[in-house]
Every structure is written in structure tokens, then in C-alpha cells.
Design a protein around this ligand. Structure first.
Ligand SMILES: [Zn+2]
Ligand SMILES: [Zn+2]
Length: 379
């Protein structure tokens, strides 16, 4: 025995199409699986869909009124609905039916926000350390001055599209098991804008914008690093139809320095000194970012030792203050000794009792390892 479809929708037996449609819409909103996933409610939802399919179709309604089941393939018996619904998602049906619930209605605007743009800027280590001001050449879309971004040739204007009468979409009636379903798609004549431009602006071909080269002055803060992006709001591409401009991102690329290697906000360099200087101590001049300074090598300095010059590194991007400059010492052993030098060194080794050193063995590569570790720790 078939279900009482009129009772399912809560309408009288002589209800008109409008009343049936209204009742179905109200129930469908209430019982939609997306709103109420409870299995019982979903059963109800299937029922109201079946009821609507039958009652909204005059032919099926007639069959039903005469006691048949128009949803059963054999024209009789219950449970024909399941087969009919297979492969047809409820959400799809609801989307097709309501439309408004998912997409926006009405014509879309010709005016849209422009895209963001990106430009690479090379700066030196010194500029990164202290900040700088740079002039940039940027090539972006700007508002067309001939049409002020409207896209219409001077003296003309956009006209309401006659195909969709300005709505931006055209409707189409298709048949499904729900009966007649109305679907909308963007109007092919105006691409959904609701207006057409009969005479496009000759300067921008109707886009409302043209490409132009501008010069921008950009302030680069101290402490920027490779890959740092500086955002310049509203300096990107102007949008179509005179829409607001996107942002411009300036990506920093730091050129390598002849002496200093940057790790975070610290700078590292290596100084090679002769063995005698390492033993006796000395001072070596170093051109730092702040000018010439003497690096103090203390007597007895070992190869691999590092000497920090505090506050001689890169300015911290946030919070101020500066990193360090770290000088790594490399002690050079003399080669190609002349007879006198060799004699002196032999005498020295004798005085120090180092003619036959036993050596101090340890596992692994102690010297190299500790140096690597130093590098890792920024020391
Ligand atoms: Zn134009
Ligand atoms: Zn249209």
C-alpha cells in the first residue's frame, strides 16, 4: 500500500501546485540531511521527496489519485522510491532546487579586487644590517585613465544585457524525479555581469586597466633577511573594472658578502694566522660593518677557536639590538723552513721537551667535530 503523500506534505487533496511546492520547500529545509542528519529525519526527508515528486507532476498525481503507485516500476506496490533515488545525491537536488542556498544570486560585479604582485629586490649585507631606502621599478596594471576603469569608450556606457535582462543568469527547466527543477547558469551573452559594453574603451579593450611602469620608493627596515617579504598595501595590480588594487610584496634577496657569512643575525668569518702569532698573541685589523677594528688574538689561541665581537652583527628585525660578529681562528703551520728557522724550531721543541710527543689520542675527529659544533651554535 502506498504512503499518503498528501499527509506527508501536510496538504489537502485539492491543494494547488503552489501550495504543494511551498509545503515541500518548508519541509525540505527543515529535514534536509545537512541540517538534520538523524536517520529517522532522513527517512522523513525521503518521504517528502517522494511525495513531492508525485504530487508536483500532474500525470503522476493522477495515477496516484486513482490508487496506483507512480514511483514503482511496475506501477504497484511500495518501496519503489529507493531505486529511483539511487545515484542522485540529495544535496544536488536541493542545490538545483533552491540555488540561493549555495551560490550568490544576481549579476556579478565587473569590479573586482586586483591580484597581489611580487617583486624581488637585491640588497647588500650592509643594507640588510642597517636598513635602507630603495627605488623600485614596478610593472603592474593601473586604472585606465581614458575610461576611469569603466571599460566603456568615452561617451558610451554599459547597457543592460537583453538576454538576461540584467540578472546575469539564465534559467533552465529540467525534469528530474522531483518533477520540474529550475537550474540557473551564468548568462552566456554578458558572462554573468548583467550588462554588456557595446563600445569597449580603445585604450584598455574594456578591461578598465592598462599596464604601466611606476617608480616606488620602498623603505627596507634593518634586519631583513633572504626571503623576507615587505608588504606594500594597495601597490599591486589594480582590479578589473576599476577594482581596488592588490598588495605588492617585495621579496628580499641578499647578495653574498666577500668576507662575512650570515647565520641568523650573527656574522661569521675566518681569520688565518701563523702559528707563531697564535702562540705569542697579536692584533689583526678587520673591516667590520662599522668600520676598521682590531681583532685581539690572545697568546695561546688554538686553531678552531672563535672570537666574538659583540653587537657587530645584523640588527634584529624586531626588538632592536644586534647580533655578533664571530671570527673563527685558523692557525697555519709553517712550511718550507729555511735552515735557520728549522734550527730555531728544533731548539724550541727541545726546550719544551716536545721532540718526541706521545700525542693525545681521542675517538673521532675531535678538532673538526668541535668546529662543526661551533658553527652550528653560531660560535
Ligand atoms: Zn579604458
Ligand atoms: Zn546577460
Amino acid at each position: 500500500m502506498a504512503t499518503d503523500y498528501y499527509a506527508v506534505l501536510g496538504v489537502r487533496r485539492d491543494a494547488g501546485q503552489d501550495e504543494i511546492k511551498k509545503a515541500f520547500r518548508r519541509l525540505a529545509r527543515e529535514l534536509h540531511p545537512d541540517v538534520n542528519p538523524d536517520p529517522k529525519t532522513q527517512e522523513r526527508f525521503k518521504e517528502i521527496n517522494a511525495a513531492y515528486e508525485v504530487l508536483s507532476d500532474p500525470q503522476k498525481r493522477q495515477v496516484y489519485d486513482l490508487g496506483g503507485d507512480p514511483l514503482s516500476p511496475n506501477g504497484g506496490g511500495a518501496g519503489g522510491f529507493g531505486a529511483g533515488a539511487a545515484g542522485f545525491g540529495f544535496s544536488d537536488i536541493m542545490d538545483a532546487f533552491f540555488g540561493a542556498a549555495t551560490g550568490q544570486r544576481g549579476p556579478r560585479s565587473r569590479t573586482r579586487r586586483g591580484q597581489d604582485a611580487m617583486i624581488r629586490l637585491e640588497i647588500t649585507l650592509e643594507e640588510a644590517a642597517f636598513g635602507t631606502t630603495k627605488e623600485l621599478q614596478v610593472d603592474t596594471a593601473v586604472t585606465c585613465t581614458t575610461c576611469s576603469g569603466e571599460g566603456a569608450a568615452p561617451g558610451t556606457s554599459a547597457q543592460t544585457c537583453d538576454m538576461c535582462r540584467g540578472k546575469g543568469e539564465v534559467s533552465q527547466v529540467t525534469r528530474s524525479f522531483l518533477g520540474q527543477v529550475m537550474t540557473s547558469r551564468p548568462c552566456p551573452q554578458c558572462q554573468g555581469f548583467g550588462t554588456v559594453v557595446p563600445t569597449p574603451c580603445p585604450e584598455c579593450a574594456g578591461d578598465g586597466r592598462v599596464r604601466a611602469r611606476r617608480t616606488l620608493t620602498v623603505k627596507i627596515p634593518a634586519g631583513v633577511d633572504n626571503g623576507t617579504r615587505i608588504q606594500l598595501a594597495g601597490e599591486g595590480e589594480v582590479g578589473p573594472g576599476g577594482g581596488p588594487a592588490g598588495d605588492l610584496y617585495v621579496e628580499i634577496a641578499e647578495t653574498s658578502h666577500a668576507v662575512f657569512q650570515r647565520r641568523g643575525d650573527d656574522l661569521h668569518c675566518t681569520v688565518t694566522i701563523p702559528m707563531t702569532a697564535a702562540a705569542l698573541g697579536t692584533q689583526v685589523p678587520l673591516q667590520t660593518l662599522d668600520g676598521l677594528e682590531e681583532v685581539d688574538i690572545r697568546p695561546g689561541t688554538q686553531s678552531g677557536q672563535s672570537i666574538p665581537l659583540h653587537g657587530r652583527g645584523i640588527t634584529h628585525l624586531r626588538g632592536g639590538g644586534r647580533g655578533d660578529l664571530i671570527v673563527h681562528v685558523e692557525v697555519q703551520t709553517p712550511t718550507k723552513l729555511d735552515p735557520e728557522q728549522e734550527e730555531l724550531l728544533r731548539r724550541l721543541s727541545m726546550l719544551r721537551g716536545e721532540e718526541r710527543p706521545s700525542g693525545q689520542f681521542a675517538p673521532g675527529q675531535q678538532g673538526l667535530f668541535s668546529r662543526l659544533k661551533d658553527a652550528f651554535n653560531g660560535r
